[in-house]
Ligand binder design. Sequence first.
Ligand SMILES: Cc1cc2nc3c(=O)[nH]c(=O)nc-3n(C[C@H](O)[C@H](O)[C@H](O)COP(=O)(O)O)c2cc1C
Length: 191
Amino acid sequence: MNVYDTIISRRSIRRFHQKPVNLETLKKCVNAGRLAPSAANLQLLEYCIVIDKELCSNLFETLHWAAYIQPKWAPKETERPTAYIVVLVKDTQNPYYERDVGFATENIVLAAEGEGLGSCILCNIERVKIQEMCKIPLTVAVDSVIALGYKAETSIVEDMKDSVKYWRDEHDVLHVPKRTLDNIIHINTFS
Ligand SMILES: Cc1cc2nc3c(=O)[nH]c(=O)nc-3n(C[C@H](O)[C@H](O)[C@H](O)COP(=O)(O)O)c2cc1C
């Protein structure tokens, strides 16, 4: 896949086959995050890869899924992610750190897509519990979690009409409304 096709095909995936993800593949995804743009090249981010089964199970309990279609569509026990990347920040006082996180996490999920993995970025998470279970020192902040695994659902984009809320159809396909290109592009002047 070229870069554009990878970007177009990536969707947030919340159901996974119970097949482990190779550590080297996960390191490759983190490497894509490592090489993302960083304000003043300060490189404030670190990453905790979680693949241990018990830790994955505990981490799952701290995550909140798909708010628009809760609680019916939270991943079942047989659909849970098989790996996670916890995104850590060394200095949350830096005014640009959230931008760095955005660039790095997008690099990571695109690299994952290129490796045939599904992913979901989660910010609705219980940070204190994650900090404790992953033994992360208090000098480093837990920003977000990227859930990963082999895709066990289909998600498609549709033109947004009157709602941003994603929804599932009778075949369990997830539909994600996106604003159309015409709706967001302004040529030369805004109006
Ligand atoms: C900053 C951020 C935080 C998110 N947090 C969550 C979350 O806590 N739980 C969840 O299920 N999805 C979460 N998502 C995924 C979004 O719901 C998803 O990106 C959005 O619905 C668009 O779908 P798409 O990623 O397939 O384009 C988050 C995405 C972003 C960018």
